[in-house]
Write a protein that binds this ligand. Sequence first.
Ligand code: ACO
Length: 445
Amino acid sequence: MSKTHTEKNPSKRADGEYVTLIDHSSDKQYNLSVLHGTEGPKVIDIQSLYKDTGFFTYDPGYTSTGSCDSTITFIDGEKGILRHRGYSIENLAEHSDYMEVCYLLLYGELPNAEQKSDFVHEITYHTMVHEQLLGFYRGFRRDAHPMAIMAGVVGALSAFYHENTDINDPEQRRMATHQLIAKMPTIAAMAYKYSLGQPFVYPRNDLDYAENFLHMAFSVPCEDYQVNPVLGRAMDRIFILHADHEQNASTSTVRIAGSSGANPFACIAAGIASLWGPAHGGANEAVLNMLGEIGSKDRIPEFINRAKDKNDPFRLMGFGHRVYKNYDPRAAVLRESSHQVLSELGIKDEPLLDIAIELEKIALEDDYFVERKLFPNVDFYSGITLRAMGFPTSMYTALFALARTAGWIAQWKEMIKEPHQKIGRPRQLYLGSQERPYVLLNKRG
Ligand code: ACO
């Protein structure tokens, strides 16, 4: 195998700049260093705050907290910018493919021709799963959610490939990393096949990553299946657009799980669990459910009003983002891609797409959404595209997990290599009872 790139980690710059924290109750002052990344807001270094001052910081939801250094992904939510290792997502979606993006995320540079061919070869030749894993699927109910199966099966990989679970061995780390990326499409496609009661389809080494996934999801042994290249390309784009997204909930979950020294298979299973929720990866499924519930364009105002009503828990799924306060750049690429897929498949009157476009138009003009900077996010269009390709809504989040595995594993790898890496352990603002005497059972009211 050709030599893969080795990543360089630029040191953070303190430049002598600091901010002063004044504790008026004791008249004490503390200087806190200001760190500069290569891009993005300045960061106040509070690592020794508790030791120096006796204070914790309070930031539920981590809206103002940087949890790590990273060289992988840069997001400017105000400007709608997403870059991996410096390359814009628009550029990657147009010129690259998912295998290249995986390599870029893992090794820091785009591969040269030899590196790419070696990487693709290694991934291709690890797409099969241990035959005994098939029995594991049969333990699930047929109507199990694919994410439940994915979390279980990916967690079980550490039992099947335990020879690659020593995180201190670079070769085992490399192997586990490649195994996860290689096997994820097989695992996701098998979850789908199992739900249909159809036989599992083995991977084919003559197909590329995205085409092979479509083959495993949609072919049956009794007839020939040709992958439509337009759909193959659209699938690959969906994988690229979901490959990494900085320190979101599931990635932070993977890092926290990994910070205890847990093996990568277990960490990715934790990431899958975190991704499942409707406020994160589950949103693409929720978008389609919501569009179905709206049902027709004339009911859109009713749902817009519900989204604005503070007494109604309803939210417009696929709108808003913790970081993007501008158009999600991934949504712009996927909007175009969804139209290509619909036109290739000859789908002219897709009522849900019509509702989606109308909803987007109204929400983009409505003061409530404009003031709060609630733009459509990537989930808004991925659901429409995947539906046209023939996937049931329950598979959408599983596809997100498949694609995000590259980002999770790159972030995990980066964390493991951090020389001063510590177990992730936030503190709290305790609001419970102070010490009180134990009351015997017969004395309690
Ligand atoms: N519909 C209606 N109102 C919304 C929505 C929405 N989708 N999203 C946010 N708001 C409102 C909130 O009610 C709040 O209003 P207020 O200031 O009057 O109280 C304001 O906008 C800010 O909302 P927060 O919840 O504070 O924003 P936060 O950054 O915590 O939430 C989130 C981001 C979870 C994505 C949210 O926008 C949401 O629930 N969206 C719908 C689910 C979704 O699409 N998730 C996918 C995220 S992207 C991804 O994981 C790939």
